[in-house]
Every structure is written in C-alpha cells, then in structure tokens.
Design a protein around this ligand. Structure first.
Ligand SMILES: [Zn+2]
Length: 161
C-alpha cells in the first residue's frame, strides 16, 4: 500500500486552493498555473506525481497517473484526497512546507527569527518559527495555524474513522 506521506501531487490550474492546503499538510505539491494538458501529463509522469484535475478528459488521458477531483469545494476536495490517497491527512507535516512555493521550511529559534524579520512582539510570544529558503516567507504557529488545525479536525470528524 502506498504511504500517503510519499505521495507527490501536481495540481492543474483549477486547484490552486487545494494545492496550498496540500502544502500546509506537508505534501510535495506543484501548482504550475496554466499549462496545456500534454505538458501537465508529461510533468506528472517525469516527476512521478499524481495529477489532480477537475477535467474529466484530462483525468482519463492520465489514467493511473491522474485523479479526477469531483468536488468544487475545498472541503470536498480535501476529503476526496484523504479517502483516495491516505489513511489520513495527518497534522504531522504541518508547517513543514511553504504554502506559497512548495519549498521545505527551515526551523529557526527565537534569535534567528528576530534577525530574519519576525516582528518582536510575535517573536516574544512564540517559541517555534520557520523560514522558507525558496521565497523567504516566515511562518509561526499563529491564528492561521489554528485555522488549519480546525479544518483538519473537521475533516477527521466527517470521515467516521
Ligand atoms: Zn516559499
């Protein structure tokens, strides 16, 4: 059985929100923006990624490389991915990957966070920080983090497992 954490994704241009959420959850997820179908398929196959698409024809062309995402809504899409690819979308990977550019985040202590530009009041309130080596975005367990945990919790309840 395929381990969920090893699954890597490529989202088509309809699935930008899903791509960001998969990254929040720690999944290696590419979101290249508008590309033609042939380029998407080639990229998925060359990199061993699952092509997630809302396009039935493209999903059919992709065969085992692809997965048709049926829901229009983010919650439904995440539930779909959860049911299809893993025993759960665990919170273990949370804040391990940049939601903007997919790079793996680098942890920082409070001193490093201050030097990297985390505002002092925030640096004083938290102990754990991360920076993105790709786009320099800074992360800490703030309200955004709580919201993500809340949503993951809701999805967990919905599954009945
Ligand atoms: Zn980044």
């Amino acid at each position: 059985m395929r381990m969920a954490q090893d699954t890597r994704f490529l989202c088509d241009h309809m699935l930008g929100s899903l791509a960001r959420w998969l990254r929040f959850l720690g999944y290696d997820t590419l979101y290249p923006g508008p590309l033609d179908d042939t380029a998407l398929l080639r990229s998925a196959r060359e990199e061993g990624r699952v092509l997630l698409t809302r396009d039935k024809e493209l999903a059919a062309r992709a065969g085992r490389t692809g997965h048709l995402v049926r829901s229009d809504a983010l919650d439904g899409q995440l539930a779909d991915i959860r049911e299809t690819f893993g025993p759960d979308l665990s919170v273990g990977g949370l804040l391990s990957r940049c939601s903007l550019c997919n790079a793996v985040l680098v942890p920082m202590d409070r001193d490093e966070a201050g030097k990297a530009g985390v505002p002092t009041p925030i640096a004083k309130r938290h102990r754990r920080f991360w920076r993105c080596p790709g786009c320099a975005q800074l992360y800490w367990p703030g309200s955004h983090h709580e919201r993500i945990l809340g949503k993951i919790g809701e999805l967990g309840k919905g599954s009945g497992q």
